[in-house]
Design a protein around this ligand. Structure first.
Ligand SMILES: CC(C)(COP(=O)(O)OP(=O)(O)OC[C@H]1O[C@@H](n2cnc3c(N)ncnc32)[C@H](O)[C@@H]1OP(=O)(O)O)[C@@H](O)C(=O)NCCC(=O)NCCS
Length: 442
């Protein structure tokens, strides 16, 4: 076996191990996955269906909501009709409605067919995905807005959540098209984004996933935001930060869904093969996740936090896990600390000590209050310290630890000798403590 193959194998094993807790946690959870008709025509449609099959095989309950805008436009073009939009919403006259029904019917059949394949060497081999579609969503007319009569363009009137839940309980994948009938029997063309939002809220989905034309939301400097609250997302829009067009279209519904009880809303690229797998099963994800309340608030420490930091680390100093630091030292060095606040209580801390001339920094004093451990706070602090070090353009982050080496190696740190420490830090190394030196390239 060549070195390269061994490396690949190691990475694969590490990935499966990293994914295991998520696989366990997601079993029995409900995800609504929403995508436009562009996805079905794209090169990664097949791969996406395979990923959906994989999620299903892990016991995740899946609702798929699809759109068909390009298919509707193509159908209209073939009949010599010109699409009409007003404020981003299609105006559906009787001829357009015929195109909508045909395009949605064909698209739904194509998705069902893709989900029904069982070719060997694919995640669909040997399994069978039962797909349930139906009249889960009823509609009402949008009506006349700003003098424009939308005719057969509708809005969601009601979602029959119990029927969707019953199908999910039967282990069916539920496939929903954006079309609905009114109690009088008229058919209305719906926006898939709105259907996804309404369904996710009605069934209290754990996740609502939008596959969009961008990797996620970006901040004012153009950097991808990995996690934010609904309030922060609203603020981004209010400040007119430049976001991708599809993202802007799904954002209002996402905010309502988030505030309406959907656990998390994810925005992922529809161009990225395997985007959902990377988002759900890796620690850092690849898109943007939005939650209603902040998971916790991370901020830089101030003088007012010294008492809380001391209280947090005192038991760990007493049992020898952390090196003793005096109150005076913490007071002097408090600006090196970042703290994690939960409901106004400091439940975690970590410090960054840069060695700028050697382009390195020490991550020190990482601690999370025992009652708050194992929910990812330690990892949030570590990620934050890494980001602070990267901002300072430092290239290596090292940590000295006697008891937590594994925790760090599982997060990309590698054991190195004391010689790898910056000179001034090496001189302070306590040979009696025999701490391991772990280093991560940034
Ligand atoms: C290390 C520490 C900060 C982790 O905080 P946390 O909020 O529990 O961290 P996370 O939730 O991100 O990670 C928890 C995972 O790490 C594992 N873990 C915790 N301590 C570990 C250790 N010493 N070695 C290996 N893994 C460890 C947990 O079992 C859990 O694994 P799981 O996700 O597979 O269930 C916390 O345990 C702590 O405060 N320890 C005492 C102080 C310390 O050792 N600091 C490091 C020296 S600078």
């Amino acid at each position: 076996m060549t070195e390269t193959t061994q490396d690949t194998d190691k990475r694969l094993v590490a990935w499966v191990r990293q994914a295991a807790p998520y696989i366990h946690a997601f079993r029995g959870k409900t995800f609504v996955i929403a995508f436009g008709g562009e996805v079905i025509e794209s090169d990664i449609a097949q791969a996406l269906i395979h990923d959906i099959a994989l999620l299903d095989s892990m016991g995740i309950r899946l609702v798929l909501v699809h759109g068909a805008r390009p298919q509707i436009d193509a159908e209209m073009a073939s009949r010599g009709l010109t699409p009409r939009f007003h404020k981003g919403l299609r105006v559906t006259d009787a001829d357009t409605l015929e195109c909508v029904k045909r395009a949605l019917g064909v698209t739904r059949i194509e998705v069902e067919a893709m989900l029904s394949q069982g070719l060997p060497n694919t995640p669909l081999a040997g399994g069978f995905l039962r797909v349930a579609s139906g009249n889960f969503v009823s509609a009402k007319p949008v009506g006349i807005v700003g003098g424009v009569d939308y005719q057969y363009t509708g809005a969601v009137r009601h979602v029959i959540a119990e029927e969707i839940r019953a199908d999910l309980a039967q282990e069916n994948v539920v496939l929903i098209s954006p079309i609905g009938a009114s109690p009088s029997g008229e058919i209305f063309n719906l926006a898939w984004e709105e259907v996804a939002e309404a369904v996710a809220v009605a069934i209290k989905a754990d996740k609502l996933v939008f596959l969009c034309d961008a990797p996620g939301l970006i901040d004012k400097k153009g950097a991808l935001i990995d996690a934010l609250t609904a309030d922060e997302a609203e603020d981004l829009v209010a400040k007119k930060t430049k976001q991708a067009p599809e993202l802007l279209r799904v954002l209002p519904g996402s905010l309502r869904a988030c505030r309406g009880g959907v656990g998390r809303v994810h925005f992922l690229s529809r161009f990225r093969d395997g985007a959902m797998l990377m988002e759900f099963f890796t620690r850092d994800g690849i898109g943007t996740v939005m939650t209603h309340a902040p998971l916790a608030r991370l901020r830089e420490a101030t003088g007012a936090d010294v008492g809380s930091i001391l209280a947090l680390i005192a038991p760990l100093e007493a049992d020898g896990t952390l090196v003793k630091r005096s109150r005076e030292r913490i007071e002097m060095e408090v600006t090196h600390f970042s703290v994690l606040e939960h409901d106004g209580v400091i439940v975690g801390c970590a410090a960054l000590y840069p060695f700028s001339s050697e382009k390195a920094a020490e991550l020190a004093c990482l601690a999370v209050m025992p009652d708050y451990r194992e929910v990812g706070y330690g990892d949030q602090l570590r990620t934050h310290i890494e980001a602070r070090a990267k901002k300072l353009r430092l290239k290596r982050l090292f940590v000295l630890t006697t008891r937590t080496a594994h925790w760090f190696t599982e997060r990309g740190f590698v054991e190195e000798g004391v010689d790898s420490l910056p000179k001034s830090r090496r001189e302070l190394y306590n040979f009696q403590r025999k701490s391991k030196v772990l280093v991560k390239a940034l």
